[in-house]
Design a protein around this ligand. Sequence first.
Ligand code: UTP
Length: 288
Amino acid sequence: MARVRKAIFPVGGLGTRFLPATKAMPKEMLPVVDKPLIQYAVEEARAAGIEQLIFVTGRDKTTIEDHFDHSFELENTLETRGKTAELATLREWLPPPGDVAYTRQQAPLGLGHAVWCARDLVGNEPFAVLLADDLILSKTPCLKQMIDIYPEVRGNIVAAMEVPKAHTSRYGILSPGRDDGRLVQVRGLVEKPKPDEAPSNLAVIGRYILEPAVFDHLDKKKKGAGGEIQLTDSLIPLIGQSPFHGYRFEGQRFDCGDKIGFFEAQIAFALERADLGPAAREVVKRYS
Ligand code: UTP
């Protein structure tokens, strides 16, 4: 059985909900505490055993490439100033040479289009997709939880969680079949349904393990909700062709593409940190 070795990071979106912060800076470079969103996603992928990191970038996203490369001037300065701890933390998470590939989505036509742009880099094997703006705080990294269960179920797996019924129009929503509490068989999928048209309140979150067959459907470049080429629309024809499951992950997810979700992530991640937790708790108390 093929292992999941490659992951796509679609980072070609415009991030309009975060303007003006995202005017000249990619949304995925916004930091939660002291680390950019995209670095959390890359660390999660590597902790899950992913070997090839494929970024689908866009206009004004070159800082992402710089972030995952050596910065000789900075490293040299840190070295001459004896800042060895800072230097070590800069270097320890850099992906080894050859493990990262970049391709550019020339226009932000939608998430489905971004994934399609990576088709030749993925080839004919199962792969993961991680959306950096879905940040997940968990004991075991979310993608690792999914990759651990993959040999049992194979096919396609999407991370899933219950959302308030009023919010279904923000997500891809599952029509659930057999459900053991953790794994849910997927009978259908709808992108951004109105609450009264949603088949459930079980939403797809930005972690996927997909079969390469999805590219055959993305090839058609059909526009869906919001006039964008949606990934969900190309997942629908896979249902029934091979196993398709939603996976209720352990952990708390923060929607960092949204201002309040991003704000909450700052608090939650600061409180979790051994070095910042006590001081952060004092600050939070002052405002409650
Ligand atoms: P979003 O739906 O959050 O869109 O994309 P966005 O453009 O980033 O942000 P808003 O809604 O305008 O504020 C979800 C993920 O899909 C990627 C984004 O970079 C983000 O990681 N994406 C989206 C692309 O890579 N290309 C696209 O054309 C659209």
